[in-house]
Design a protein around this ligand. Structure first.
Ligand SMILES: Cc1cc2nc3c(=O)[nH]c(=O)nc-3n(C[C@H](O)[C@H](O)[C@H](O)COP(=O)(O)OP(=O)(O)OC[C@H]3O[C@@H](n4cnc5c(N)ncnc54)[C@H](O)[C@@H]3O)c2cc1C
Length: 347
């Protein structure tokens, strides 16, 4: 979204992605998004990615795929493409590198068959390969619920979803779909251990008390060949660390996140941040942050950007964070912006 916004403002843009198709998580999201029309409700995630890429191509964005950014210094990026390595100097850089899945350590967690839910989603939706036939999902947030449903659609049996919290953090609409398909959801439960000879063959889960300690006698052992972990995401912000950006820990946003202004500028001049790497949220918020970062970077490079456009994007972003689901994230973001402002007195 940033690349498109800047290109439409008249600047030259290079979009770099390590995959053979840019679009990030959207490329593997086969479900229809919901929310408002402004945020493409009713459109499937991968379609959103395709539309954005078509718009980028039409706006003249140069797209480098299969290219990893491995370094960043003084607005110069180090790039690796297959056997080549080269450098690119930019007037402004927008980092939108996403997030990585959190692991969970338990006896047997290194056995083949234990994987991130996002990895299972990549198997099924991108490569059309079932990672296993009998799956336990660990984590009842939106990722765990959505991937459970997609595994069912692909023909796997989901033997259950365990969630350590007393209630699910994912949306009811996603939980209802898998409940209707007969998948048991065990809240207040965790995974104790996985066992198997060469790979996962069974898993033991148990209820937990208020301190997340297993309750003796509540153990149950299930035959599975796959255990998917959907226990949160951590911002993938190494490039921002390398660039010297200042960070602050915000658990509501996934951990250490770069401080940024209301316009998504980091504490290092000319470097902007957007999306999950600036705090794990949703595609809709990532798109709006990308728009804001793009408009701000274009303005800083001397392009003429109507102030009203920036304000409208900021208002749309604020509206996404209103209400019970967004409130915690809104407060965490306000703290980041306040700390950024403290580093830039007078701005
Ligand atoms: C299962 C699942 C379901 C979801 N469902 C919804 C939903 O219904 N609605 C919603 O709003 N959100 C949903 N989300 C969340 C949404 O997908 C993310 O919030 C959004 O994709 C974040 O966008 P992003 O651009 O910040 O990161 P990403 O989409 O992760 O994109 C980052 C890109 O940067 C690339 N990259 C990273 N590092 C480098 C590097 N060094 N060099 C080159 N390239 C690099 C990555 O490969 C990737 O392509 C869902 C997420 C998951 C996992």
């Amino acid at each position: 979204m940033s690349a498109l916004t800047i290109a439409r403002s008249g600047a030259q843009v290079v979009l770099i992605d390590e995959n053979d198709q840019p679009g990030g998580q959207l490329c593997k999201q086969i479900h229809k998004f919901f929310g408002s029309k402004d945020h493409r409700a009713g459109v499937r995630g991968y379609r959103i990615a395709t539309e954005l890429l078509e718009d980028c191509a039409a706006a003249g964005v140069e797209i480098l795929t299969d290219t990893v950014v491995f370094s960043i210094q003084d607005c110069t990026l180090g790039l690796a493409h297959r056997d080549d390595c080269f450098y690119l100097k930019a007037q402004a850089i927008i980092l939108a590198t996403g997030a990585s899945e959190n692991p969970l350590a338990f006896p047997g967690s290194t056995l083949p068959g234990v994987m991130g839910a996002g990895a299972a989603q990549t198997f099924v939706n991108l490569h059309r390969v079932l990672p296993g036939r009998r799956v336990l999902m660990v984590g009842g947030g939106n990722v765990g619920l959505i991937v459970s449903y997609q595994l069912l659609q692909a023909g796997a049996q989901v033997v259950g979803v365990v969630e350590a919290l007393p209630r699910l953090s994912g949306y009811q609409v996603h939980a209802a779909k898998i409940k209707r398909a007969g998948v048991p959801i065990w809240t207040g439960h965790t995974v104790l251990e996985a066992n198997g000879d060469q790979e996962v063959q069974e898993v033991t889960v148990a209820a937990v008390d208020d301190h997340f300690q297993p309750l003796p006698g509540s153990e149950r052992t299930l035959a599975v060949d796959t255990i998917c972990l959907a226990v949160g995401l951590t911002p993938l912000a190494e490039l921002a660390w390398q660039a010297g950006c200042r960070f602050f820990y915000q658990s509501a946003l996934g951990g250490q996140v770069p401080l940024h202004s209301v316009n998504m500028e980091s504490t290092v001049p000319h470097i902007y941040v957007a999306g999950d790497m600036a705090g794990v949220e949703e595609a809709s918020t990532a798109l709006e942050e990308g728009t804001i970062a793009g408009l701000a970077a274009a303005t800083a490079m001397g392009c003429s950007v109507p102030q009203a456009e920036l304000e409208a994007a900021q208002e749309r972003l604020a509206s996404l964070r209103r209400g019970p689901f967004g409130d915690l994230r809104q407060r965490a973001k306000s703290e980041l912006i306040k700390r950024w402002t403290d580093c830039h007195p007078g701005e």
